[in-house]
Design a binder for this molecule. Structure first.
Ligand code: SF4
Length: 442
């Protein structure tokens, strides 16, 4: 029997899809490369923004035709969309060709449910919120046996307790659940034995790791991961600025293997909006954190996410964000238009901002940030950096690309380097989104 997983959304979904693939393979399923030969199609969904949701629902709708020609094929939907209010009703009525609705708490049951459907041809919809042994985070080891790459991602914590007022995640992913540290460490050791040199630890808020475990913190986990032979670089995503402890700062600064790239979503530079967003810090507090990080790790890069057009954001509030960006001097900022998510407090706030205003503000934000990103990159010209090579550049066949420790994208003329090798290079030029380098030895 063959399966195909189609993944939408963030890196955590990518990571979940690997776990799901591992569970299926442990139960005798084989990976398929195309829809026509798959006996099970699993769509791993995202609902963080309305545009993503629309695209995914359109795709699921388009499978109806295929199901007509292949009635035995199991169509399954998992991920955040399954857990949204009204999802069961929607998939029972409008998308009745879907056989399995696998909620985010039930993903560990994928193989069991697929087998039951194969035998009985009855639909299964399981979106129950549960915190028991079927929860994906308590399973493992489920890495697909053929997964061997020089880079890998591992989920360390599921769910989120923060309830930022614009965000659907706590409603669809549930309360924070840290994975057992020994499972994480064993898994990374396995990956290192298969040739992995860079590991990225994932969670909605990795800084919360260990709050629900005895005697563990994210800082302690990082220290343990750094002891694993073969792992040369450790990254992590995403950090909540409010939960960035002094202990964490010290561990990151002291441990060479932990990359000096800090991605700290600020979301707004205006205190009034930050309060409405329920972010738990002020712009000033965030800026003080940046000072501490830069003092502890002077060669670091700091990037952030910003939401434009949050309900009630006035021109004055937006100007506060522009002023904040001037001061913060971020290496890059990823900017998003506020997207209404039904069921969140922000969705029913007064003064929703017009789409045209949001788009105009987004452009102004990028016009301000792009030269700041360029200046940050120009500061690196002349540096000697260790680059982890990713292989040929996507945009220029004569170039290869890789990443610095602080996560800058580096392009360099094609050589006989292989993906996964480290090479020492000198940075010779800078653009807004990448650096140019020349190898000085390998
Ligand atoms: S920290 Fe806030 S934005 Fe991030 S997942 Fe949790 S609720 Fe959403």
């Amino acid at each position: 029997m063959k399966y195909l997983i189609e993944t939408f959304g963030c890196q955590m979904n990518e990571c979940d899809s690997l776990v799901l693939a591992g569970i299926l393979e442990q139960n005798g399923w084989q990976k398929s490369g195309n829809l026509d030969e798959a006996d099970l199609v699993l769509i791993n969904t995202c609902c963080v923004r309305q545009s993503a949701e629309n695209r995914i629902l359109g795709h699921i709708g388009s499978l109806k035709r295929l199901k007509k020609f292949k009635p035995q094929m199991i169509i399954a939907v998992c991920g955040c969309l399954t857990q949204k209010e009204g999802a069961e009703e929607l998939f029972r009525t409008k998308y009745c060709h879907v056989d399995l609705l696998l909620g985010t708490f039930s993903q560990g049951l994928i193989a069991e449910y697929a087998e039951q459907i194969r035998q009985s041809r009855q639909k299964i919809f399981d979106t129950e919120e549960r915190y028991d042994d079927n929860d994906l985070c308590r399973l493992y080891h489920s890495l697909p046996s053929n997964l061997s790459s020089y880079k890998a991602q591992i989920s360390i914590i599921y769910g989120c307790n923060n309830f930022c007022s614009y965000c659907i995640v706590p409603y669809v992913r549930g309360k924070e659940r840290s994975r057992e540290p020994q499972l994480i460490i064993d898994e990374i050791k396995q990956l290192a034995q298969r040739g992995c040199v860079e590991i990225e630890l994932l969670g909605q808020n990795v800084n919360s790791y260990g709050h629900d475990l005895n005697g563990w913190s994210f800082a302690k986990l990082l220290k343990e991961v750094a002891k694993i032979d073969g792992i040369e670089r450790i990254r992590y995503m995403t950090s909540h600025p409010r939960d960035f402890t002094d202990e964490l700062l010290e561990v990151i600064a002291a441990e060479k293997k932990i990359c000096k790239h800090f991605h700290l979503p600020v979301q707004s530079g205006c205190d009034r909006i930050l309060k409405l967003m329920n972010r738990g810090y002020t712009a000033e507090k965030y800026l003080l954190l940046l000072d501490d990080i830069r003092k502890a790790s002077p060669k670091c890069a700091i990037t952030s996410d910003l939401i434009v057009g949050f309900p009630g954001e006035s021109e004055r509030d937006f100007q506060a964000t522009l002023d904040f960006l001037q001061t913060a001097k971020l290496d890059a900022a990823y900017t998003f238009l506020y997207s209404v998510r039904t069921g969140t407090p922000a969705a029913i706030m007064a003064d929703q901002v017009e789409e045209s205003t949001k788009k105009a503000r987004l452009n102004r934000l990028m016009e301000l940030q792009n030269p700041l990103s360029l200046a940050a990159n120009q500061n690196m010209v002349g540096n000697i950096e260790l680059i982890l090579i990713d292989g040929p550049s996507k945009n220029n066949p004569d170039f290869f690309c890789g990443r610095t420790d602080n996560n800058k994208l580096v392009n360099f003329p094609k050589t006989n380097f292989q993906a996964g090798q480290f090479a020492t290079m000198q940075i010779c030029d800078a653009k807004t989104w990448n650096l140019l380098a020349k190898p000085i030895n390998s």
